[in-house]
Design a protein around this ligand. Structure first.
Ligand SMILES: Cc1cc2nc3c(=O)[nH]c(=O)nc-3n(C[C@H](O)[C@H](O)[C@H](O)COP(=O)(O)OP(=O)(O)OC[C@H]3O[C@@H](n4cnc5c(N)ncnc54)[C@H](O)[C@@H]3O)c2cc1C
Length: 392
């Protein structure tokens, strides 16, 4: 019989690890709500990996921890409580599980170790100009020439492409009557000749998205995941995993607590009482939604671990957590916006900000607009939910 797990002891173990092994500088950046980069994420992933905790969501045979879903939840909670950086998602939560589910043995041997130890960085080449919500309209082509594909086209909104080594990419390998057919999933090293990466400036002043141009880019056929023409199936599997990012509600709840402290600190006079109470009410409503999402998130993690169908869970979680996050940052902006928003200038990841302390609240409000767009907009999630519920 399996030994009973002592969850309290496990929580103490994770807390001890977080407080002693996560560099204080990283925890300070997270506590100050700074934007992070590979310079922080990669060494933190390495530390987790060396401790055997690199991939809590993967099967044990590929380097997973073997935790049950309650341990996964405790791990997420403690990491957020201790202000540890979140793990970078593109490898661990997106392409890693796709390679595990659909990749060849050779691809598993080649790609999974670099994701686990944080040495190889991935980005997502799905969207194109003209193919966002309607992703199946993508026009980047991959023409087969012997053992290679020749890729031509353009990707856009590619988060972190400028700091990534590889891009998992949906391309059109043939033209079929149904546009979801004839799509394939290629793994493309970003140092291949013919690739140009250009930054896109965003309202939050943080460089995180890019355009990626592919001009006569030669990619070995061995870098195709699964079968040619079946990329839509793998791509959708990956999108479900991406949308399950909302299953980890702990960092959002932590941010909500911080926002509550901000309200209390900034609106502490009698003259502010009415405004303070109204903002507290709004935080309470967001908290209620997040606690509901937390319960659903635990169900989603259990479903992934048991190999059960996810149904509506990815879309419901994406929809509810992204709006709750925005509602929390709306409250923060209502507190500091009048004073700080006019002073908003570019704030780089982790950079000094002596000029306007607290400006991160404004930056996070601006950055947070993206939550209801990337990974499929809220309108698209509502369509997915309606289709599954009502069958149209
Ligand atoms: C900051 C940021 C980071 C991103 N990172 C990545 C990345 O790393 N990799 C990647 O591949 N992509 C990324 N994206 C792209 C993202 O997935 C797309 O922006 C998103 O899918 C929406 O597509 P679109 O921008 O083309 O807008 P459109 O699809 O043109 O949509 C415009 C508006 O119309 C609405 N709409 C569209 N179709 C429907 C419909 N059928 N019913 C109702 N309403 C509809 C949408 O909700 C939206 O409000 C990122 C986007 C942003 C902004």
């Amino acid at each position: 019989m399996a030994e009973a797990i002592d969850y309290d002891a496990f929580r103490r173990e994770v807390t001890e690890f977080a407080l002693t092994r996560c560099p204080p500088e990283f925890r300070r950046l997270v506590a100050e709500s700074r934007k992070l980069s590979r310079k922080v994420w990669a060494p933190w992933q390495r530390i987790l990996f060396e401790h055997g905790w690199g991939a809590p969501g993967w099967p044990k045979e590929y380097g997973g921890t073997g935790w049950d879903h309650r341990q996964r939840h405790i791990f997420d909670e403690v990491m957020a409580e201790c202000d540890c950086p979140p793990q970078y998602h593109h490898g661990l939560r997106h392409i890693g599980p796709v390679i595990i589910a659909f990749g060849s043995e050779e691809q598993k041997r080649r790609f999974l170790p670099g994701i686990l130890d944080g040495s190889v960085w991935w980005c997502q080449g799905y969207s194109e100009p003209g193919a966002g919500s309607d992703l199946a309209s993508l026009r980047t082509t991959a023409r087969r020439e012997g053992d290679e594909y020749v890729v031509e086209g353009q990707k856009t909104w590619t988060s972190h492409a400028h700091e990534a080594d590889w891009m998992y990419t949906l391309v059109r390998t043939s033209k079929e009557a149904k546009k979801q057919q004839g799509i394939s999933l290629l793994l493309i090293p970003l140092d291949t000749p013919g690739i140009t990466i250009r930054p896109i400036a965003t309202i939050d002043g943080w460089h995180h998205v890019n355009e990626v141009f592919l001009d006569n880019v030669r990619v070995p056929v061995a870098n195709r995941v699964g079968e040619e023409g079946q990329g839509w199936t793998y791509g959708k599997f990956l999108l479900d995993r991406e949308r399950l990012g909302g299953a980890n509600v702990a960092p959002i709840l932590k941010n909500l607590g911080r926002t509550r402290d901000l309200v209390a600190a900034e609106l502490n006079g009698e003259a502010d009482r009415l405004k303070r109470e109204m903002l507290d009410q709004r935080l309470l409503a967001a908290e209620a939604e997040l606690l509901g999402a937390q319960a659903l998130g635990q169900e989603a993690i259990a479903a992934v671990m048991d190999g059960r169908p996810l149904g509506l869970l990815p879309s419901v979680l994406k929809l509810s957590t992204s709006h709750a996050m925005q509602r929390v940052s709306d409250v923060a902006l209502d507190v500091v916006g009048e004073r700080l928003a006019p002073r908003f200038r570019r704030v780089d990841a982790g950079g000094p900000n002596a000029e306007a302390p607290g400006i991160e609240w404004v930056q996070n409000y601006l950055y947070g607009r993206v939550r209801t767009i990337y990974g499929g907009s809220s309108e698209v999630q509502k369509n997915v939910i309606a289709r599954q519920l009502f069958g149209f």
